[in-house]
Ligand binder design. Sequence first.
Ligand SMILES: [Cu+2]
Length: 131
Amino acid sequence: MDAVLRRVGSDAAAVASTMLLVVLWLPGSAMAHAFPDHSDPRVGHSVRGSPSQVRIWFDGVIEPVFSTIKVEDATGKRVDRGDAHVDPEDTTLLEVSVASLPAGPYEVEWSVVARDGHRTEGKFPFRVEPP
Ligand SMILES: [Cu+2]
């Protein structure tokens, strides 16, 4: 897994121990947070020419209403088209389309809610090289 993607929360350790207890008490009904599995563009990587969208695949189903993704340029300006959505055909895939991006560094910010109601969020960079 990409190390740059990180979990944030009020108290990750407490959440982790709580969820461990849930697992211990209710074997067979363990549910998990959703964490990114991979993305396109890949975390920290460069792509040649602008992508048409940014996509993140998670390790579990995510809730469409509470899941967002946005993309900013080096000045913090939004460059996505504001159409972030969970793919109806693949409910582990969160995607947003982007304007034609000039060469430079970009940052993706995501926030999702898993089926168990727990939110995870994070950010990662990627870079566009001239085509
Ligand atoms: Cu959870």
